[in-house]
Structures are given as C-alpha cells and as structure tokens.
Design a protein around this ligand. Structure first.
Ligand code: DQA
Length: 139
C-alpha cells in the first residue's frame, strides 16, 4: 500500500514551533518511527511552505497512491485552490491536524478541505497522522 503524507506551511518547524501546542518532537523523526512501525506501507513524505507546490504534489500523489494524509496547516482555512485539488484527485484524503482546531481561534474552525476529505482527525499531536494511517490500513 502506498500512502503519501503531505504537510503544509510551517510544519517543517514542528518540534521547535509553539511546542506547547504542537509538541517537542520533530516530524522527520516521527516519519522514521512510522516507517519502522508499518514496514509494509510505502510511505512517502512531502512538505512545502508554498501553496502551488502542495497542489502539484496532490495532483501527483492523487493518481498514484492509495491514500493521502494531508495537513495543509493554515492553508486549510484559506485555500480554495487546495480544497479544489482535493476534490479533483482520485486518492482518498484524510485531513489531519495536530491541534484540536475547534478548541482554538474561530478562524481555525473552518476548512476548505473537510467537505472533500474522507475524514478529519485533529487534536492528537503527531498521533493524528498515525490514526489516519491506521484508517487506510483498515485497523
Ligand atoms: C494545524 C492547525 C492550523 O490551524 C495551523 O495553521 C497549523 C497547524 C495543526 O496541525 O494543528 O499550521 O494544521
């Protein structure tokens, strides 16, 4: 099974950025942990701070993977174009957030992605990605 994790803006700073919200662990280390825990999954990982690059990656992964785990960061709440890309592709997308966006500022309560996503997981720190992966594995 081929799954792609796509992370949006500022998520390259996970572990450094606002650790009281996003935790103290970095994403590169977490990806290695996931790859060890799920050796049968071909797990691709892409991060960009640039909206168009995220869209290009959705177009690519959206036709050659079994599923996408997408944390579009702040673009979740602003990007019609990323929402349209999620609508346009074939692979199911699980929207994830490390924080519980509904327990935060009101502008984080709306997502341009959720209506096109297979599901939304939020509030479990890096564990949100693991839960999304388990969903694709049917566990
Ligand atoms: C986030 C929540 C977004 O509101 C925020 O802009 C992020 C991270 C999360 O993982 O909790 O960058 O997507």
């Amino acid at each position: 099974m081929k799954i792609c994790i796509i992370n949006g803006p500022n998520l390259n700073l996970t572990g450094i950025r606002e650790p009281e919200i996003y935790g103290f662990s970095g994403f590169d280390q977490y990806i290695s942990t996931l790859r060890s825990e799920f050796p049968d999954v071909d797990l691709d990982y892409f991060q960009s701070n640039i909206e168009g690059e995220l869209i290009n990656k959705l177009h690519e992964a959206g036709f050659e993977t079994d599923g996408i785990i997408l944390n579009a960061g702040a673009y979740t709440h602003t990007s019609v174009a990323i929402g349209d890309a999620v609508e346009a592709i074939k692979a199911p997308v699980v929207e994830v957030h490390m924080s519980n966006v509904w327990a935060r500022e009101e502008f984080r309560h709306f997502s341009y992605i959720s209506s096109a996503a297979a599901g939304v997981i939020a509030g479990f720190g890096l564990g949100s990605y693991r839960l999304a992966l388990l969903n694709f594995l049917g566990r």
